[in-house]
Design a protein around this ligand. Structure first.
Ligand SMILES: [Zn+2]
Length: 282
């Protein structure tokens, strides 16, 4: 009897110990998760601090949170702002933007009147009275001094995102410095091309062609298939290529035996570098 009693109480102790162990293990996990949260997760304060540092450094406001004043837009824009679960990705995007925008002198942004960069997701633009709605990875709104970037578009391809940053910025620069008249038709630029070459119908109608911005040198004077869609796209493609070291090198190599491309590169360098507050591309 005594032996039996002892053994049943031992079973009870073992069961209690097992329950306690399981509880302790669970508690440890909870503590670990709570401790690691503020360290690992990017929160609103961290992004706000980064945005403030960005503003101090570049003189540009980052619009990313609903508490901020929404930028005015020329066209009907559709987009969503980042939710807490996007913050990690948003932060990565802002860090990349910081690196790329460090290539421009602060005064250059003032010269071309860029004031705000809206970093959003699911960006789309409606034109023609809302009949025509189009997804965009970025959009330059020169009239409202704002650049829109979709931080989720092309997120698995950092090179693509980096290219888009400069490409879209160029459209705004082009508009500010050249005016509406020369934006679509620039006689000097068109004069560089072979006389029998004609551009396509512009970037707006070739959205599926975002990936044709890749450098493939389809013909003399053109660095990508997308370049052939319009004067404004041709310029933006060359500009973006020149702003990134790896593509700059490739384009320079082609230009050695391509006088059309050489003239276009010179034009772009002069165009953005001219006058006070210019951007020098070496
Ligand atoms: Zn473009």
């Amino acid at each position: 009897m005594t032996v039996l009693n002892k053994s049943s109480s031992q079973v009870g102790i073992n069961r209690n110990a097992a329950i306690f162990l399981r509880f302790a293990r669970g508690l440890t996990w909870v503590i670990l998760v709570v401790i690691s949260l503020p360290v690992g997760a990017t929160n609103q304060q961290i992004i706000s601090a980064k945005a403030k540092a960005f503003k101090d450094k570049h003189g540009l406001t980052l619009y990313w949170h609903k508490d901020q004043e929404k930028p005015k837009s020329t066209f009907r824009m559709g987009y969503l702002l980042a939710e807490p679960r996007d913050y990690e990705l948003l932060m990565t995007y802002i860090e990349r933007l910081d690196v790329e925008f460090s290539k421009y002198p602060k005064v250059f942004h003032q010269r071309v009147q860029l004031r705000t960069i809206a970093i959003v997701k699911y960006l789309n633009v409606s034109t023609r009275g809302g009949v025509f709605k189009q997804s965009r990875s970025a959009y330059p709104d020169a009239l409202n001094h704002t650049l829109y970037y979709d931080f989720k578009a092309g997120r698995f391809d950092p090179d693509y995102q980096t290219n888009v940053m400069h490409h879209e910025y160029f459209h705004l620069i082009d508009y500010q410095l050249n005016g509406f008249q020369f934006y679509w038709r620039d006689p000097q630029w068109m004069g560089f091309n072979n006389p029998n070459f004609t551009y396509g119908n512009g970037g707006t109608w070739n959205r599926g062609g975002d990936y044709t911005k890749r450098l493939n040198y389809p013909l003399k004077g053109f660095i990508s298939s997308y370049s052939t869609t319009g004067v404004e796209e041709d310029k933006a493609c060359i500009f973006a290529a020149l702003m990134i070291e790896s593509s700059h090198r490739i384009v320079n190599t082609w230009a050695k035996t391509d006088s059309i491309l050489k003239q276009k590169i010179q034009y772009i360098k002069q165009f953005v570098g001219d006058k006070e507050g210019g951007l020098e591309i070496n």
